[in-house]
Design a protein. Structure first.
Length: 222
């Protein structure tokens, strides 16, 4: 494994590990857990190149690395076509879509993703489920983060028009500084004939899997 393919594989390992642990990832973890036939020193060199390319960042001195906004998007592009939802989940989503009850669909999505799901039927008619999931995430243990997310929820009617105006794809990702829901969060959204539907979480969000979930819903509701 050489060149770009090696860098992409290491970036993928960093994203996967950070998704699991919410902790910065060091070279030794990558060597031990992800089967690279490389030394820690070589992994560190590759991580330096990834950092120079703005794909990973070091959150604080002496820490490992975490994906940057560009890193998450690169990981998403590389992985989205590989993702296959489990038959059981597809069955549950299919059953919930029979009645086109987006509130029930949202509840299933919240349970499967472990995140918050919202449905915006209009700026004055919104539904949230799984808020407790969001507040369980390590990123949202700090009171200022809880306050920031709470304010977003309280003012969803003001956020919705901006989100709707910026959707240019059937399913779209917003994260970091281009996310109407706040710089410390990520969201995957789709717009159906009925409503705006989105999965909201920290920036550390499994974008490929949640994209596939909303893609399935979009394809069956459009």
């Amino acid at each position: 494994m050489k060149g770009e393919s090696r860098k992409n594989a290491i970036l993928s390992a960093i994203c996967q590990e950070y998704l699991k642990t919410a902790q910065p990832v060091g070279s030794s973890v990558i060597v031990e857990k992800y089967g690279f036939d490389l030394s820690s020193a070589t992994i560190r060199n590759e991580m330096t190149l990834l950092e120079q390319a703005d794909l990973i960042i070091q959150p604080h001195t002496s820490a490992g690395r975490i994906p940057s906004k560009s890193g998450w998007l690169t990981y998403f592009v590389a992985k989205k076509d590989e993702i296959k939802l489990a038959d059981k989940e597809l069955g549950e989503l299919e059953n919930s879509l029979k009645d086109k009850d987006l509130r029930q669909v949202a509840k299933i999505l919240a349970a499967k993703s472990g995140l918050t799901v919202f449905v915006g039927f209009s700026p004055t008619d919104t539904f949230f489920t799984g808020l407790s999931n969001l507040f369980k995430q390590p990123e949202f243990q700090q009171i200022n983060m809880v306050r920031a997310v709470s304010e977003i929820v309280d003012h969803l009617e003001e956020v919705m028009p901006r989100v709707l105006s910026e959707i240019t794809e059937p399913v779209q990702i917003f994260l970091g500084d281009n996310n109407p829901f706040g710089v410390n969060s990520g969201v995957v959204v789709t717009k159906t004939d009925q409503a705006l539907l989105g999965i909201l979480g920290p920036i550390r969000l499994d974008y490929p899997v949640n994209f596939k979930r909303l893609e399935y819903i979009y394809q069956n509701l459009k």
